[in-house]
Design a protein around this ligand. Structure first.
Ligand code: 13P
Ligand code: ZN
Length: 274
């Protein structure tokens, strides 16, 4: 149990210290692997079954560690049992019950639709190898969604790939851009899960970013690199704009060198570069 708590403490503490988690901003979920799942065998549930807004059979019977709604990520290190909880999905994927946490009373994050629907997708696409999903509010990513005209998945990805030479290695499938949708809504959950079926990062316009990974470190790392690239991009814009940048050919060479499976639909290779 302590190992599981230590894992989320590290990520939530890092997020808070990065300035990504003002007030109750941001939320984390971790699907429990076999070892962590067993910690909660035979435990007396702390709630009745709570219906999910739609059935999610792909995650039936799974257990998740999820941050609480309204709770501050920066307080998880101090009081884990108040700020995080462990929920279990029923056999049909239509309801959850609380097994542990949210002391003395509380509920999972309001972004639960995005978390659980994304877990359905990332579990499937990874052959049951991806367990972590993070949503957070990093300044530079959010600022970019105001500062750049006509953003879409293709030009946001290109902008980030060109702003830092490691980006194409860390997120070769790019970053999905989702135009503004109401926070906490099913619509946002459905759009985010669809994005996660194709990529490991999705930006929510004027709001923040989501990332997934095999573990919390990997999900955090992807967001960290994207945020650093967004920060560099804004600094370049503030300094009068790029005077030169990584070419398509150079990006392609990086991807080949590091053996990355780039989403080629995001690339506009010039004729002589294909
Ligand atoms: P919660 O407090 O419900 O987790 O919401 C925070 C947030 O970032 C909503 O998008
Ligand atoms: Zn948010």
């Amino acid at each position: 149990m302590q190992k599981l708590i230590d894992e989320i403490k590290k990520t939530s503490g890092d997020m808070a210290r990065r300035g990504w988690a003002e007030s109750n901003g941001g939320n984390i979920s971790l699907r429990l692997n076999e070892e962590y799942h067993r910690y909660f065998d035979g435990i007396e549930p702390k709630s009745g079954w709570v219906n999910l807004p739609m059935e999610m059979p792909k995650i039936s019977g799974e257990r998740f560690l999820v941050t609480g709604t309204g709770r501050f990520l920066r307080n998880i290190e101090l009081f884990p049992e108040k700020n995080i909880g462990v929920i279990e999905i029923d056999g049909k994927g239509g309801a959850y019950q609380l097994l542990w946490g949210y002391e003395p009373k509380g509920a999972p994050t309001s972004e639960l639709p995005s978390h659980l629907l994304s877990h359905c997708q990332i579990k499937e696409k990874s052959g049951n190898g991806m367990f972590a999903f993070i949503h957070t509010h990093p300044n530079s990513i959010i600022a970019l969604t105001y500062a750049v005209a006509a953003l879409d998945t293709k030009n946001l990805t290109k902008l980030l790939w060109q702003s830092h030479a490691e980006c194409i290695v860390v997120f070769p499938q790019g970053v999905e851009f989702l135009p503004w949708v109401m926070a906490g809504s099913m619509d946002l959950g459905i759009a985010t899960a669809e994005a996660m079926s194709r990529r490991n990062l999705a930006v929510w316009q004027y709001h923040g970013i989501c990332g997934c990974g095999r573990n919390l470190d990997e999900a955090f790392g992807r967001i960290d690199v994207a945020e650093k690239a967004a920060d560099i991009c804004l600094r370049v814009m503030a300094a009068g704009g790029a005077k030169q940048t990584l070419t398509d050919q150079q990006l392609r060479e990086i991807a080949i060198n590091f053996n990355c499976h780039v989403d080629l639909r995001l690339f506009d290779f010039k004729q002589n570069e294909t």
